[in-house]
Design a binder for this molecule. Structure first.
Ligand SMILES: [Zn+2]
Ligand SMILES: [Zn+2]
Ligand SMILES: [Zn+2]
Length: 161
């Protein structure tokens, strides 16, 4: 019954993943370590945001849980990890490689899937206009917004297979 919205371009799985993981790390001037590469690859393997448990399952015993948390912290420090909570307060993470990426999320209350969606340019423009008005009215600097959409997958849903 719940869906959450936030925006960005889906990072597609690509065959040269370990190479692009390396590039991401070197582009951000952090050292290239095996756990960092494995965690980045696990993040890139899914088109949608994942819970820490999902990530841990993907990584199996290649990366210990404490290491996973440490690496996620490292990725947050270089501002390429977007972390948020689902309606049931589970932490969900996704790679967000560029500041300009903006998208929203659908939250399924049934299977817990979180799905990336982009809203139309017209909608975002309209919302931004409203935000400018609210900033003036409350003398407040708004840095981001969320539109949350809550619901359930249908039988045909391809996202939670
Ligand atoms: Zn579902
Ligand atoms: Zn997302
Ligand atoms: Zn938006």
């Amino acid at each position: 019954m719940r869906i959450y919205l936030i925006f960005f371009k889906v990072i597609k799985y690509n065959k040269n993943m370990s190479e692009s993981s390396r590039k991401i790390l070197s582009d951000h001037n952090v050292s290239i370590t095996n756990p960092r590469i494995l965690v980045l690859e696990a993040l890139m393997e899914s088109n949608n945001p994942q819970t820490i448990d999902d990530l841990q399952k993907r990584l199996g015993n290649k990366v210990a849980k404490s290491t996973l948390y440490r690496v996620l912290g490292d990725l947050k420090k270089i501002s390429i990890l977007h972390e948020f909570t689902s309606p049931d307060n589970t932490t969900v993470v996704e790679l967000l490689l560029h500041d300009t990426e903006h998208h929203h999320h659908l939250f399924c209350s049934d299977c817990g899937e979180v799905i990336d969606v982009e809203l139309s340019y017209q909608f975002e423009e309209l919302l931004n206009k409203e935000i400018r008005k609210i900033e003036k009215q409350f003398d407040f600097k708004i840095q981001d917004h969320r539109v949350e959409m809550f619901g359930v997958c249908t039988d045909q849903c391809a996202n939670c297979k």
